[in-house]
Ligand binder design. Structure first.
Ligand SMILES: [Ca+2]
Length: 144
């Protein structure tokens, strides 16, 4: 369990770092593709969002959402990801939608840093964004 501090520019820098972003998204996609068929099914994507805890929690505070409302929410998320309505989400669809989501989060954060509490081993894009920024700062300090 650790705490990272991120703001909009942290997230934006992560998304615009093509190589790093693609690597992170592809790794996440692979770990979410539980049956290894190369696409995410409705239930695989739902598990992904449940594990990211973007919906059930609001900045780390649990909020109660009725199950039927959650199912509706996850269905609409799936439909958003499944751009060609094929009934599954491929890696390109996943990449493009994650980019949109993260940029929306970046806009929401603006220049207001927030603290995020994270579990060890969290598959969390915001943590990856923070890690990337930390490694860049460390690199800049080492080379100066
Ligand atoms: Ca799958």
């Amino acid at each position: 369990m650790g705490v990272v501090i991120i703001d909009g520019s942290t997230v934006r820098a992560f998304v615009s770092d093509d190589e790093q972003f693609k690597k992170s998204v592809d790794e996440t996609f692979a770990s979410l593709d539980l049956n290894n068929d190369g696409v995410l099914s409705r239930s695989e994507l739902r598990k992904a969002f449940e594990s990211m805890r973007l919906i059930e929690t609001h900045f780390g505070v649990d909020v109660a959402t009725p199950p039927e409302q959650l199912t509706q929410l996850y269905d609409s998320i799936f439909d958003k990801f499944d751009l060609d309505s094929s009934g599954s989400v491929d890696v390109a669809e996943f990449r493009s939608e994650m980019k949109k989501i993260l940029l929306a989060i970046a806009d929401g954060l603006g220049s207001c840093p927030i603290q995020m509490a994270l579990e060890d081993g969290d598959q969390n894009f915001l943590k990856k964004a923070a890690d990337l920024e930390a490694s860049k700062i460390a690199h800049a300090e080492a080379s100066s």
